[in-house]
Write a protein that binds this ligand. Structure first.
Ligand code: ADP
Ligand code: MG
Length: 247
């Protein structure tokens, strides 16, 4: 039995694509406020694991519990509503809308019994967008058209759009791909800040970045967990070294 204090408990999860097991009997436990990084060679099943947790892909077997609630039979929008936000590899912002509008349209409406009175909440939405813009370092760019942002700023805006939903678990797939060294450092600081109020699962390749942000690292290989623990321990694990040298 799993410890009921985990924020997320993935147990014995398996997914097959035409008989090929992309994930096999995998267990993953994430604590409240934890920043977990998942690493592993291409094809290890990292993205598929996030797809399973957010309901984009259905598990062939196993259980995914978020705050002790079973997620595997829930629709994607219900999983979002339960408090899980997920950022994909390619940013999906509205390039021709302002930064503020991008944040505004991401505010969940109709979630509460007051949803029908959403127009009354305009000030709340504005305040929330302002707070999120500050958190993602875009407070000075609220009126700017999103298409004019740098690559890094676009990534932060998308994270901000997820923060508008105030998720308790935020999942990011390779968030620093294509970023400059400066943007990487700012992203590390941003993730530190975000984790004060919620848990995160981040997939990343850049080992320096992983060492900088991770509370704990999970190494995946061929749909299974190869090693898990502190970055220092994982990086010196002979099985992990083997897999990375083998690629
Ligand atoms: P990673 O993100 O670790 O690079 P993925 O989760 O994207 O790995 O892929 C894991 C394996 O599952 C790969 O062999 C990939 O080709 C396969 N796979 C992923 N999604 C599908 C799908 N929808 N249909 C068939 N095979 C898939
Ligand atoms: Mg991937």
């Amino acid at each position: 039995m799993s410890n009921t204090n985990y924020l997320l408990a993935v147990e014995d999860i398996t997914v097959s694509f035409d008989g090929f097991k992309a994930i096999e009997a995998l267990n993953l436990y994430v604590d409240q406020g934890e920043l977990r990084v998942i690493i592993g060679p291409n094809g290890a099943g990292k993205t598929t694991l996030l797809d399973l947790i957010c309901g984009k892909t259905r598990a062939s077997a196993g259980s995914i519990k978020f705050k002790n609630q079973e997620m595997t039979r829930m629709a994607e929008h219900e999983i979002v509503r339960a408090g899980i936000g997920r950022k994909f590899q390619t940013p999906s912002i509205y390039e021709n809308l302002s930064v503020f509008k991008n944040l505004e349209v991401s505010f969940p409406r109709g979630r509460s019994v007051f949803g029908a009175l959403a127009f009354k909440c305009t000030e709340d939405v504005r305040a929330r967008a302002q707070a999120v813009a500050e958190e993602i370092g875009l407070a000075a760019a609220l009126e700017l058209e999103a298409g004019l942002l740098s690559h890094g700023q676009k990534q932060w805006l998308e994270i901000g759009m997820l923060l508008m939903q105030d998720p308790e678990l935020l999942m990011l797939d390779e968030p620093i791909a294509g970023m400059s060294a400066r943007e990487r450092e700012l992203t590390a600081e941003l993730l530190d800040r975000i984790c004060r109020n919620r848990a995160m699962i981040v997939i990343e390749h850049d080992m320096e970045f992983v060492a900088r942000i991770a509370h704990k690292v999970t190494v995946m290989h061929q749909g299974k967990i190869l090693a898990e623990g502190a970055m220092e321990a994982v990086k010196n694990d002979p099985r992990v070294i083997d897999v990375y040298l083998g690629h």
